[in-house]
Structures are given as C-alpha cells and as structure tokens.
Design a protein around this ligand. Structure first.
Ligand SMILES: [Zn+2]
Length: 261
C-alpha cells in the first residue's frame, strides 16, 4: 500500500481517480486509503472539514472499518487528525510558517544527502536518476495531470537522492516528511514546473560527475528556488483570502492565523 511500500505514491492516479470501484482486486483498506487520499489532496474534502465516516461508507460503498483504518494511515501522513469523541477532520493546509520550517529542514538535510550521494551512490542509482530526469523533461505541461506527474517524479527524484546518500536514516527522514504530498496539496492547480527541471538537471550532472561540492550547491539552489516559488503562491492565496475576508481586529486575516490542535 502506498503508505507503507517503497514506491512513492502516484499523484497522477490521485487526480484522475473517480469514486467508482476499480475493476482490479485491491484490499478494502487500500481502496479506502487511495480514495480518501485523493479527496484530501485535491480538496474535495476541504481543509479542516469534518470527515463523516458513515456518509463516506455509503458514498464509496465500503464498510466503516476499512475507512477508519485508512484514516489512521492518513493521520500518520498528517493529512487527517482525530478529535476524541468527535471523529476525524481533514488537516488544514500548511501555514506560511510551516512551509518555511519544512524548507528549512529540507535545506539542512538534502544538500548534505546530495554531497554524500555524489561520493557513495552506486552507478545503477545514478543511472536511474538520470533516466528519471529525462522522463520528467519529456512529460507534458499545462494541466492538473501534468502537474501531478511532475510532483510524482519530483518526489521520486528527491527520495532517490536521499537513498543514494547511503544513510538509511537520512532516507527515512526525507521520506517521512511527506513534503511532496503537502506541497502538492497546495500547488495541484498550478503549473509551476519548468524551472525545476533545469535545477534537477544541475543536481544530476553534479552527481554523475561525482562532485560533492557541486551536488550540495545545486540541491541547495533548487530548494531555495522551490521555496521562493511556494512563497509566490502563498502570497497570492493570502491576497485572495484577504480580499474575501474582512480583517479581524488584530490585523491578521483568518487564513493567516495559526491553527490550534
Ligand atoms: Zn525537486
């Protein structure tokens, strides 16, 4: 199942899923997990909304137990959370502060991982990375599905670099952040992809050249540029929200307030 196995999940599948049951055999928990994940990342279930298990069970034609199990998996990915005696709610979108903090942590780990990978990666791992970068630059652009495919390739690329560092704990930390899942939830309606392709190519050329200094620098430059692109989207969303919501007395907008759990 996507929450546990080594393959990064398919964002492309998530944006194209409909709510009918697929013909291929799948466990009911997997089925419920994938449907709920799709609804959460494409915001068919709105951030912060109550997740009604009974209604979902009817809608998806799956009993309540697998839906509860799927929600527990989604809770581990911080896409849903449980309120005792009330039930599950969809997680809010990351706040601006959380986006900043997420990139701060990635900037601590991923450039170092790229430097290690330049020194330690097996040739086969570098060949896989080069192949992946090629596939990503051939992919189409300009629609939701294209962005989903980009996000999926991007997740795979960053996980491959972390794994190629040869340090299992670095790899687990990078994957455990679920950074791409949360960023995808923000950006799935945008098409902010093409710049990143060139930045990925710089990382991969440095890795192929076995140059740790250049690999570290290229990864840092890519993450800083990604963070800047995210900030543009965040500012735009805040501007839209401020236009729709009258300011509260302390001068912040409703969306700008941090949530309490
Ligand atoms: Zn990337």
């Amino acid at each position: 199942m996507a929450a546990n196995n080594q393959e990064p999940l398919s964002f492309a599948r998530l944006v194209t899923l409909d709510e009918r049951r697929p013909a291929y055999p799948q466990s009911l928990v997997e089925l419920a997990y994938e449907q709920l994940l799709s609804m959460l990342v494409t915001m068919k279930i709105a951030p912060g909304a109550h997740i009604g298990i009974e209604a979902l069970a009817r809608q998806l034609d799956i009993s309540q137990t697998p839906i509860r199990e799927a929600l527990t998996l989604l809770e581990a990915q911080k896409l849903a959370y449980k309120i005792p005696n009330v039930g599950f709610r969809a997680a809010e979108l990351l706040t601006r502060r959380e986006v900043h903090d997420l990139f701060e942590l990635r900037l601590l780990i991923e450039p170092a991982a790229a430097a290690f990978a330049a020194q330690k990666a097996e040739d086969a791992a570098l060949a896989r990375l080069a192949g992946l970068a090629g596939e990503m630059s051939d992919a189409q652009t300009g629609n939701e599905l294209a962005y989903a495919q980009f996000a999926e390739g991007d997740a795979r690329l960053h996980h491959l670099v972390a794994a190629a560092s040869g340090n299992r704990f670095i790899a687990e930390t990078v994957e455990g952040l679920h950074a791409h899942l949360h960023i995808f939830r923000f950006l799935f309606k945008t098409n902010a992809t093409t710049k990143a392709l060139q930045e990925h190519e710089a990382i991969i050329s440095a890795l192929l050249a076995r140059d740790p200094v250049a690999a570290e620098r290229a990864m840092r430059a890519h993450l800083e540029a990604s963070r800047a692109r995210m900030n543009v989207v965040l500012e735009e969303q805040e501007r839209l929200a401020a236009a729709q919501t009258p300011p509260v007395p302390d001068g912040t907008t409703r969306r700008g307030r941090s949530r309490r759990r």
